[in-house]
Every structure is written in C-alpha cells, then in structure tokens.
Design a protein around this ligand. Structure first.
Ligand SMILES: [Zn+2]
Length: 333
C-alpha cells in the first residue's frame, strides 16, 4: 500500500476547485513512454501549469502499470529539478473498467481514478461508481465518473455512435455516487477520426472538413443543475492539420483526420469544464517528427536522434495547449 502523498503527487480536488473558479481547464495528457512524460513535465514546469498524467488500460498493457507509476514518481522529482518548486502533478487512471483495477491503482499510489461505467445500464453505473468512490475516498483519492457515451476508438474503449449525457440524470448520479468530477458527452470523440466526413461540412476554400459544433446547450443545462461541479471532456484533441500534413507528406496515410476545433475547447475551458483530455494530438506530434526525420535523414539509426525531435515537437504542442487553449499557465506557481 503506497499513498500518493508520499510520492509528492496531488489529487484533483484543489486543482478543480481553482479551475472552476478561475475559468480555465487543467490539461490531462496520456503517457506511455519516457519521451512523452518528459515533454509533459517540461511543458508543465516551464508554464507552471497544474497537470494530470493519465494512464490508460492500453498504456498499462504496453508499458506496465508498476513502471508507469514509478515514472510518475520520478516526474515529480524531475519537475523540481526543472525549477518548479511545488509541482501540482496528479497521476490518474483513465477509463478504469472495474472496481479491482481502480482499487489496485489507489493501492499503488495513484492520486485519482476514473471508473467508466458509462456503457452499463444506469443503475449498474451508479452502483459501480459508488463502490469505487467509497474505497478511493478512504485514501483521499479523487474519482471521475462518466455519463453518456463518446463515439470513436481509444485503446480498448470503443463506441460506434455517441449519446449525449442526459442532464436530467446528473444530479441523481453525482449525489448517489459521491464522484468528485463527471465526464460528459457533448459531441467530443476519441481518436484522430472524430467525425465521419458525412457528419462534417467542407470548407469551400480549403476543401478541409469542418466538424459539427459541440452541444454547448447540453453543457449549459448540466452546469445549471450542478453549479460549480467539475466537468470533464474526453476525446478533446484538435488533430492539428499541420501535423497531419507532415505525416501525409512523409509517407503517412491519415486521410480526413479531424478533431475538435480549438476555439470550441477554449470556450469549454472557460465554463465548468475543468479537465480536458488530450491524447491523439501527442501521438500525431510524435509521429510527424519521427516521419520527417526518417525521410530527411535516412542514414540515422540512433533512436535519440528521432525520439529527441519527437519529444521537442510534443513539448511545443503541450505548451500551446496550456497557454493558448486551456489557460492553465501560471496556475500552479
Ligand atoms: Zn476517454
């Protein structure tokens, strides 16, 4: 049994309370390897932004949960080395799918867990989420629940179509379960293909796909029912066109990849949305830099020479999100 406080991590309680009050959102970045983690910590330390490190089920399978946990512990010390005296770093389980998994993360030092019962019948989602909250709260670990279904693919989480969160359920769900934050579905989506071309319109000038807008009316109704309650948006990568273009230019094949426009996320960040999940954009930034290096320097075979530029490109992307989209810079001085 390891308590996250002994690792220098924080839960999401203060982070979210400040974010809701301050009209910004805390970035939740997924990590699977050292370069991603370094880029996240460098960006957060440089901007003094609170940050949530997310570990998905796929990341646990890929990199090993124990190793990732120790990497997060190392990240706190690394952040201090970078001159961030009081790092505000949360280690969060993304899309936990069982009580046992959430418990094991709590027991090994995670400071926050998500229990995703959104695919279950409502009453079962309530019961499972409540059970996780009861255990996690004994250890001061915060819990994120989910209502509504996001479309798209993210590791093992997959759904054909989205179902918006029903505002009439949110009061009942949060009061019965005791969750600390609620992930909702208002039109964001997992992956780099968030919308099918037929769901979009085309910009007549550029020929690029323009995705449908998020359901801000649903968000407003939820906010009215739960004033000040921390809301979470999953699947909120923007799928930057320049990264997609670089990937395609250097041999990749990502036709019609489309994400959530940043101005919509900016608007969401100013509302009760206080955690915005970004994963695909990091994958794209990494892949673009690696492809470009391979194409331009075919004789290179030192992994540091292509993972280094990939790390630089991810850091640039993370800083851009923090400063220009979420507004969380300077909030963890
Ligand atoms: Zn998600």
């Amino acid at each position: 049994m390891v308590n996250y406080k002994d690792l220098g991590l924080v839960n999401t309680k203060d982070m979210f309370a400040k974010a809701v009050k301050g009209g910004y959102a805390v970035p939740a970045f997924n990590f699977n390897n050292m370069e991603q983690l370094q880029a996240i910590i460098m960006a957060a330390a440089e901007t003094k932004s609170p940050v949530i490190l997310q570990v998905s089920k796929g990341a646990r399978n890929y990199a090993n949960q124990t190793l990732l946990r120790y990497m997060a512990e190392g990240a706190v010390e690394y952040a201090k080395e970078l001159g961030w005296a009081k790092p505000q770093i949360c280690l969060h389980l993304d899309h936990g799918d069982s009580f046992e998994l959430c418990k094991s993360c709590v027991d090994m030092g995670f400071s926050s867990v998500m229990i995703d019962g959104s695919s279950l019948p409502y009453d079962e989602n309530v019961a499972l989420t409540k059970k996780v909250c009861e255990y996690a709260h004994q250890h001061d670990v915060t819990v994120e629940g989910e209502l509504g279904v996001l479309a798209g693919v993210e590791d093992e989480v997959q759904a054909e179509e989205s179902h918006y969160t029903k505002p009439e359920e949110v009061i009942d769900f949060t009061s019965k379960t005791g969750v600390d934050s609620l992930a909702i579905s208002i039109g964001t989506s997992h992956g780099a293909y968030k919308f099918k071309p037929e769901q979009c319109t085309r910009d007549p000038k550029t020929g690029k796909l323009v995705p449908p807008p998020l359901a801000f009316d649903v968000l407003a109704e939820i906010e009215k029912k739960l004033p000040g309650f921390p809301i979470v948006l999953h699947g909120s990568s923007s799928v930057p066109q320049d990264e997609v273009d670089t990937i395609n230019k250097f041999g990749g094949k990502l036709p019609d990849a489309v994400g959530i426009p940043e101005e919509q996320l900016r608007k969401a960040a100013k509302s009760a949305v206080c955690k915005i999940n970004i994963d695909s954009d990091s994958r794209l930034a990494m892949t673009a830099a690696i492809r470009q290096t391979f194409a331009e320097k075919p004789g290179e075979f030192d992994p540091r020479k292509y993972l280094g530029p990939a790390r630089d490109n991810m850091k640039k992307m993370y800083m851009h999100k923090i400063i220009n989209v979420l507004g969380s810079n300077g909030k963890a001085e």
